[in-house]
Design a protein around this ligand. Structure first.
Ligand code: IFM
Length: 710
């Protein structure tokens, strides 16, 4: 049995930003970057709040980082010992992702002997407002020590500062820092209480932005001294209350509750892979991340493209959620999937406004969606590395496919849960208005019988303003068909006029067929572009951070694409195409794909499984599952920092494993399993929820059994 533990031995200052991502802990309400307790904003330390946004000045709006209640360091005989300043004798950082526990152990050499700091902490999975930490000090000589621990309100921001007012103080053993955001006057309050298991003198001191305790004590050699901190975070936007009072809790009790909550999550989520520990480890690590960011208990909240790992991508929600992440939640905790869709229902008004802004009808969802459906994406979304000027890009105005992704996600949810009630809760209007949106995009040339969609950015963002992107047109047809299906199921006078229009749209939209070689052209004129290799295009970069797309990017006039586009379409509509066509397109597009987005590899993996090529699928699957375990992912688009965790890749790895390798699919309302395992895998075992029933799936050497257990 493998341990679900991620360990870094030794200290490497170059890994600080990456460790912040891969050692992340979280509970959906907030995410705590995997930084060390003594770190400050210089080391990208953050407790990133889900769905709390602020705009400072003219800069981009982004999510807010709470004052940091974990801030702690030690002094020995008056001298501070902390990373990264003081080189340690030994250092180990761990994430026990089975139990959601972060820990570290650091040994420093002082003038008189060695000192050791250990710390364990967690973002409570049972009480979502809480963080708990146990900090332990020991030395191999007698000394005077101080543990300085506080709430640090001087937080890391990409586009801050967001707290225009701060209040700090202490009362009855509880210290607090409240930050008030500038744009919407949102209060973010952090309170903490600290208990020592030894005799010590404690003083509290507050500054303009923080409040700190100085715990001073005499140290005996080889003895451990522990302080426990319980911290609570609340905001004025909360729709659920904290449970209990922090002064009445103990670390041990909270830890027991927290690990029990993780055990319940793993009971349904864990995937066992026989014969490949590395894959099993990486896949379950991905599942861990999907759980750290899942909006449990919260109403109508969704998941940002970089989860809760910081303000990257403005903390905004992209199509990533409905296309790549929702499947996991649908089949393990459907209420979370519903919450994600409710976010889209609650933000329908924002989508209506965006459609109007462009002279279109219906619902055009934000490309980078924030609270209320506010469009976080600007017309100048990349900074040019040469001129340092913002570059005009068309993510905001032309990535029409986002609305279709939401309808696609909705139907995955309804088909797998049977929860048609959601349609009465706003999803019906949402689906119909998305269909109206696509209808308003249709263009008909005088001499052609069909409708086209022009001036589009498809999933491959490197080619902007193209006509008849195969993916977008097919998705639009899907939305028309879905709207018609739903209207048939729930007829209403208000849709009478719409039905014939939608029927006409669905029947007459241009859906590109495979050419004589079986290849589907990605958009009008794609085949005429320069046909060069990805490496050749890469070699043309003058600066490694240069943006490949846009008007003048190195890929723009070539057939090199950023991410799965036709391949994504084929994996979503596999029943429309023969295996041969799917295989030919994979073969054509794969060498032309840079995989510059972490959303790409999983789609190639899935389609490779659908075309019975698990060995080709395997490295793509591993790339997705290890996106946050592998150093050196893409961190820059132009001069904009895009690092952080990759939940869409994690969700994509789950899809590739379950729908690809295990071959789970629905046929005639039944769940079936047609596995296609890579050679290395002897079997797989996991649970799934489908239409309110819990299933156990057992796959052995390419035969699969699906058993209902409740
Ligand atoms: O949604 C994706 C997009 O497809 C590619 N760039 C990154 C976005 C956020 O993950």
């Amino acid at each position: 049995m493998i341990d679900f533990i991620l360990t870094e031995k030794n200290f490497d200052r170059d890994n600080i930003p990456w460790n912040g991502n891969r050692f992340l802990t979280g509970n959906g309400y907030f995410g705590i970057r995997g930084t060390l307790e003594e770190y400050t904003k210089e080391n990208m330390c953050a407790v990133n709040m889900a769905g709390i946004y602020d705009r400072a000045g003219d800069a981009w709006r982004e999510t807010v980082n709470a004052p940091n209640p974990l801030y702690t360091y030690v002094k020995v005989n008056g001298k501070k010992y902390a990373l990264p300043e003081n080189e340690p004798v030994s250092h180990e950082q761990k994430l026990d992702f089975e139990n959601g526990l972060h820990s570290r152990k650091t040994v420093w050499q002082t003038e008189k002997g060695k000192i050791t700091v250990k710390c364990e902490r967690f973002a409570s999975m049972s009480r979502r407002h809480l963080i708990a930490m146990r900090y332990t000090f020991a030395s191999d000589f007698e000394c005077d020590a101080e543990i300085i621990t506080g709430i640090d309100g001087d937080v890391w921001d990409i586009n801050g500062p967001h707290f225009v007012k701060m209040r700090t103080g202490y009362e009855d053993g509880v210290n607090y820092v409240t930050g008030v955001t500038g744009e919407k006057n949102i209060f973010v309050t952090v309170r903490d209480t600290v208990n020592a298991d030894f005799n010590a003198a404690s003083e509290t001191e507050n500054t303009e932005k923080g409040v700190y305790r100085r715990i001073s004590f005499k140290v005996e050699s080889q003895k451990e001294y522990s302080v426990e901190k319980i911290a609570e975070i609340t905001t004025s936007e909360d729709d659920f209350e904290p449970q209990g009072e922090i002064t009445e809790m103990t670390y041990t009790e909270l830890k027991a509750e927290h690990t029990a909550a993780w055990a319940r999550i793993w009971d349904i989520s864990k995937i066992t892979i026989d014969g490949d520990d590395e894959a099993m480890y990486a896949l379950n690590y991905s599942i861990y991340h999907l759980n750290c960011i899942a909006p449990r208990e919260m109403k109508g909240k969704s998941i940002a493209a970089r989860g809760l790992s910081g303000q990257v991508y403005k903390g905004a929600v992209f199509w990533d959620t409905e296309m790549f992440m929702i499947d996991y939640y649908i089949h393990t905790e459907p209420q979370i999937a519903k919450t994600l869709l409710q976010y889209r229902i609650y933000t329908l008004d924002g989508a209506r406004k965006k459609a109007k802004e462009y002279g279109l009808k219906g619902a055009y969802y934000a490309w980078e969606s924030q609270d209320g459906g506010y469009e976080g994406c600007s017309d100048y979304n990349v900074t040019d590395v040469f001129t340092k000027r913002p570059m005009r890009t068309h993510f905001r105005d032309k990535q029409y496919h986002v609305s279709a992704a939401i309808v696609y996600g909705l139907m995955k949810y309804i088909n797998a849960t049977g929860d048609y009630d959601i349609l009465n809760e706003g999803a019906m209007d949402m689906a119909i208005e998305c269909a109206e949106f696509y209808r308003s995009l249709l263009i008909k040339k005088a001499d052609e019988p069909y409708y086209e969609i022009h001036d589009v950015v498809g999933p491959d963002e490197y080619h902007e303003r193209v006509n008849n992107n195969a993916y977008t047109n097919r998705m639009a047809k899907f939305v028309f068909d879905t709207a018609l299906e739903l209207i048939d199921k729930y007829p209403s006078d208000k849709y009478d006029g719409l039905k014939p229009m939608l029927k006409d749209s669905s029947e007459n939209i241009f859906i590109r067929k495979p050419d004589e070689n079986g290849i589907i052209e990605q958009f009008d004129g794609y085949f005429k572009l320069e046909d060069v290799s990805v490496d050749e295009v890469r070699s043309r970069l003058i600066d490694p951070k240069e943006y490949w797309g846009g008007a003048y990017g190195v890929a723009a006039d070539t057939q090199v694409i950023k991410q799965a586009d036709v391949v994504a379409m084929l994996s979503m509509f596999k029943d429309d195409y023969t295996t041969e066509v799917m295989a030919k397109n994979l073969e054509y597009y794969e060498p032309r794909t840079e995989h510059g987005s972490s959303l790409s590899a999983c789609m190639y993996s899935l389609l490779s499984c659908y075309t019975n090529n698990p060995e080709i699928a395997y490295p793509m699957f591993m790339k997705s599952a290890k996106a946050d375990l592998t150093k050196g992912g893409k961190e820059w688009a132009g001069l904009v920092y895009i690092g952080g965790t990759h939940p869409a890749s994690a969700g994509g790895a789950w899809i590739a494993a379950v729908k690809g390798f295990a071959g789970i699919r629905e046929e005639n309302g039944e769940l079936i399993c047609k596995p296609n395992l890579p050679k290395k895998w002897n079997g797989m075992r996991f649970k799934l929820i489908y239409k309110n029933k819990l299933y156990v799936i057992e796959v052995q050497n390419n035969s699969g059994a699906v058993m209902i257990i409740t």
